[in-house]
Design a protein around this ligand. Structure first.
Ligand code: NAD
Length: 376
């Protein structure tokens, strides 16, 4: 089976969907791999390393000729996939809700698109889950970005020149990114507190040595979906949460927000007035800035200053750690491909009744087939 690995074209994208390690493993399964020249450059991987792993290198039109599987980090424009085999698979992060028109275009082009961020949250699929692997790095990097913008130290320091207090870090939204942000801030010596809408997270926050700050009511008991994600909360809950945040946030030096609700804009957690209540020199990192933002005034791709507080809105934070993020992403893709590899057929077999296939498949035989897109 012929695979093509694309060089990413988006401005803020430095990752690559295959590494020499996964190229070697895919070839071990029986695949042949063509990598677009320069695909790994921004993730510190030279073309020669792909060649040494057994891949061929070429320009985009050459590598796509007859390709049956196209691997990418972000979904390529359907029109750019000229020359691929009929019914070719595109395996990538496809942002299906926001890029719905592109999903339709994949169907129209007869390409079978698999959205890796739709991977079901089941034990069998854990090693294939790009959202987890990338969020983990984003949570870590968010704290380092905060530390870089902050004009003070994180740990308490007792020196001959006097003592400086530890920084106070508040993490809002404690999924994969939030947990890693808590762990990273703790390692740097900060005093950490955190909040979420899902009560199950409380114990995890405390096990990392941070303080859990929660609005407790009947609604939070049902705040988690069967898939492990948060639901959108009621206005009454939001009002209680805002009151809790207002009294807590003014005492914080650093806030990291990560709150997301699948298929919906990110919930607004911090208002401009709450930003104004913080001490000058404080820093807020909004990891949800590209999904609409948790913080009023956050600007995608920029660090802005409001009321003396820096609001950090970097785009595509995992890509800021491109080498590690690529290594994780590529392994997630490999684990998925290997699980559905048929040794006899020397190719992929994707049964329609498999929970993972049903979860990630967006298009088939010219139609959009994913129930998360077709429902309602
Ligand atoms: P996410 O990126 O969708 O959201 C980040 C966090 O924001 C979540 O914890 C969510 O509850 C929280 N949030 C949403 N609205 C909020 C609000 N209004 N106020 C405060 N917080 C809010 O979440 P995620 O990182 O993808 O993780 C969700 C859960 O799924 C976690 O418990 C994680 O451990 C679990 N998970 C399971 C698997 C698996 O079993 N295979 C894989 C990955 C993650």
């Amino acid at each position: 089976m012929k695979f093509a690995v694309l060089k990413e074209t988006a401005a803020s994208e430095r990752r690559v969907a295959a590494t020499p390690e996964t190229v070697r493993k895919l070839i071990g399964l029986g695949a042949s791999i063509a990598v677009e020249a320069g695909a790994g450059e921004t993730a510190s991987i030279h073309d020669s390393e792909y060649e040494a792993a057994g891949a061929t290198l070429g320009d985009r039109s050459t590598i796509l000729k007859g390709a049956e599987v196209v691997l990418a980090v972000q979904g390529p424009e359907p029109a750019s996939l000229t020359g691929v085999a009929p019914g070719a698979l595109v395996v990538a992060s496809l942002n299906p809700f926001a890029e719905r028109a592109r999903v339709d275009a994949y169907a129209a082009a007869g390409v079978d698109a698999l959205a890796m961020e739709f991977m079901p949250r089941i034990t069998r699929a854990q090693s294939m889950d790009i959202l987890s692997s990338q969020s983990n790095l984003a949570g870590y990097k968010a704290v380092l970005d905060a530390a870089a913008e902050y004009g003070r130290a994180f740990p308490m320091m007792m020196t001959a020149a006097g003592t400086i207090p530890a920084a106070r870090v508040f993490v809002m939204g404690v999924g994969v990114a939030g947990l890693q942000a808590i762990a990273t801030a703790r390692r740097l010596g900060a005093i950490v507190s955190a909040t979420d809408v899902r009560p199950a997270v409380k114990e995890q926050i405390e096990s990392l040595g941070a303080k859990a700050i929660f609005v407790e009511d009947e609604e939070t008991q049902a705040a988690e979906t069967a898939g492990g994600y948060a639901k959108e909360m009621s206005d009454a809950y939001k009002a209680k949460q805002a009151e809790m945040v207002s009294s807590h946030i003014a005492k914080q030096d650093i806030v990291v927000t990560t709150a997301l609700i699948p298929g919906r804009p990110a919930p607004r957690l911090i208002t401009d007035a709450q930003v104004a209540s913080m001490k000058p020199g404080s820093v807020i990192v909004d990891l949800a800035v590209e999904q609409g933002g948790n913080v009023e005034g956050a600007v995608p791709g920029e660090v802005v200053e409001r009321h003396g507080v820096r609001i950090v809105g970097h785009r595509n934070v995992p890509s800021r750690l491109a080498a590690d993020a690529s290594a994780f992403f590529a392994r997630n893709l490999y684990n998925f491909l290997a699980a559905f590899w048929d040794a006899e057929a020397r190719g992929l077999v994707l049964p329609d009744d498999d929970e993972i296939v049903r979860g990630v498949r967006l298009t088939k035989n010219g139609k959009v087939v994913n129930e998360r897109l077709t429902a309602g």
